[in-house]
Design a protein around this ligand. Structure first.
Ligand code: 16G
Ligand code: ZN
Length: 532
């Protein structure tokens, strides 16, 4: 690496003096206008990460997901398409916070030394951004970092977060026995489209699906997918104004639907009773379904409902294929999963609870032969272990029914993004199950009834005093607080409540659920009253 070039280009991307950056649950995320130096340094870091991994391609995604248009962010993707290894998150934070160019160069040298990075190795990085206007310049800063660090960059343009994850794995497996697919967005959508067509072949056509694209990059993705699917599934696209910056995630999108527990106002007149609709978030990695019942009442089909629908379907397919003795299915959730969903699932298959954040769920799901994971907020996917894939590829079905189920399982391994949750791929998965079960929104919804719940956030002086254990379900600090929470929760029928510090905002979150709606708010606010 050329230190003079690194120095001179770093000088062009000075760190703002008054900001401490942190690589959090979803990478760096803050006001887009403050992120120039971070992007430059992430470029250098990505190059080093690639060299450390023998020149394998690393991904960089520039997005702030469901946040407002003026925000932006960046996260790194490891070679198999998964989130950056935890130990490197700290390196990212260190490099981002070096106050001066000299301090940054020093931090880079330390990282090279401590991680024993061989600088003679090549470096490859693929990067993309969502539709946020600030993304364009931030990508230029990233490119400066890549250039200064001598990395070969590939610009994947404006696309979704899951497409970028897919590309990373596709590039790194190209020409190998594990080739994941053609390394283009079109290649990915064609792969999904072919699998979808096979899965619904011979079934009655589905009604068009209403999609709220959050005025983000999901609109581009859905448009591209729609032309591949042609008449197999018709998309009725809404909130597709990607040119109107102020509309991004504004009163629409998956996060709006989940947190406001109502449909996006732009869709209210479009939705007929029992007609299913769904929302993506701003980078199309979260999915929320919903419908209005006969009485015009909003009904949400969130990540928990998706997990219930999909897990039961896959279990049935495995059984019908004659593989129940060889392949088992497990589910991963977080503490935010509705208690009713946990009960529904645990009655049928193993369920594991892990801390919030995709990387925790993904890793836990990889330990099951087939691992289904969804956060209640709509992040999720299904992962098939290598041994499951090899069992599937060598299985010899002995009846036509087994043969059909076996083919469907194989098609699911293509339909479902194995690197990270994709709103588009997840939506097609849901549509497949609805088609096979002949379910509408109401039938799906009736798998179980959600317990009333409430989420509140509390601003505190220092959220780092709130420390948890048991997958964030219990507080170990401040001392004594958990005992008080337990005492309050005991007074409510079916009561459950937990407190955890947010990984993305400077707040503490309080979740509560109970059998009776009116009691939930009381429980949530009583517990919130203990937090200060
Ligand atoms: C991030 C996580 C998401 C998690 C959320 C929790 C990823 C890609 N995203 O958005 O999975 O649900 O943080 O936010 O991991 P919180 O810590 O503020 O509650
Ligand atoms: Zn997102």
């Amino acid at each position: 690496m050329n230190t003079d070039l690194l120095r001179s280009s770093s000088d062009k991307h000075p760190k703002p003096t008054d900001i401490a950056f942190q690589y959090g649950t979803a990478g760096f995320r803050t006001l887009g206008s403050t992120l120039d130096s971070v992007l430059y340094r992430v470029g250098v870091l990505a190059a080093l990460r690639s060299r450390k991994l023998d020149g394998r391609t690393i991904g960089v995604m520039v997005t702030a997901s469901h946040n407002a248009a003026q925000d932006n962010g960046v996260k790194l993707v490891d070679p198999r398409g998964e989130m950056l290894d935890g130990s490197w998150e700290a390196h990212a934070t260190t490099l981002a916070n070096a106050p001066t160019t000299e301090a940054f160069l020093e931090a880079v040298s330390t990282l090279i030394r401590n991680s024993q990075i061989d600088l003679s190795k090549p470096a490859h990085v693929v990067y993309a951004r969502d539709t946020r206007p600030s993304g364009e310049e931030l990508v230029r800063a990233l490119e400066d970092g890549l250039k200064a660090a001598g990395a070969e960059g590939r610009d994947a343009g404006v696309t979704t977060t899951p497409v970028l994850h897919y590309l990373v794995r596709a590039i790194n497996t190209k020409g190998t026995a594990d080739a994941y697919g053609e390394d283009t967005q079109e290649g990915y959508y064609k792969k999904l489209g072919d699998a979808f067509k096979e899965l619904v072949q011979g079934r009655p056509p589905l009604d068009p699906i209403i999609i709220d694209c959050a005025n983000g990059v999901g609109a581009i993705a859905a448009e591209a997918m729609s032309s591949i699917l042609a008449n197999t599934l018709v998309f009725d696209l809404h909130n597709t104004s990607i040119d109107k910056e102020e509309l991004l995630n504004n009163s629409c999108g998956a996060d709006f639907v989940k947190t406001q527990q109502k449909s996006p106002p732009q869709l209210v007149d479009v939705l007929k009773p029992n007609q299913r609709a769904c929302s993506f978030d701003g980078d199309a990695d979260r999915l929320m379904y919903f419908y209005h019942d006969e009485n015009g009442q909003f009904r949400m089909l969130d990540g928990d409902k998706i997990a219930g629908l999909v897990a039961a379907f896959i279990v049935d397919l495995v059984k019908t294929a004659g593989l129940a003795d060889e392949i088992s299915v497990g589910v991963v959730q977080t503490a935010y999963a509705n208690g009713a969903s946990t009960k529904y699932l645990s009655d049928r298959l193993p369920v594991k609870c892990v801390p919030t954040g995709v990387k925790h769920l993904h890793h836990a799901a990889e330990r099951f032969p087939i691992g289904v994971y969804f956060e209640a907020n709509g992040h999720g996917t299904v992962v098939f272990s290598p041994s499951t894939l090899s069992t599937l590829s060598s299985h010899q079905p002995s009846t036509p029914a087994q043969d059909r189920a076996h083919k469907h399982l194989l098609a699911l391994t293509s339909l479902i993004n194995q690197t990270v949750g994709d709103a588009l791929s997840d939506m097609l998965l849901v549509e497949v199950v609805l088609s096979h079960k002949s379910y509408g929104g109401a039938e799906w919804d009736s798998l179980y009834e959600d317990l009333p719940n409430r989420l509140v956030k509390v601003s505190v002086a220092d959220r780092s005093v709130y420390q948890t254990e048991d997958a964030e379900r219990k507080l170990v600090s401040p001392p004594g607080l958990q005992g008080k929470i337990d005492e309050i929760v005991r007074r409510y029928e079916g009561g459950r409540s937990f407190v955890r510090p947010s990984g993305t905002e400077d707040v503490v979150r309080v979740y509560a659920e109970a059998m009776v709606r009116s009691q939930v708010d009381e429980l949530a606010f009583t517990v919130a009253g203990l937090v200060y």
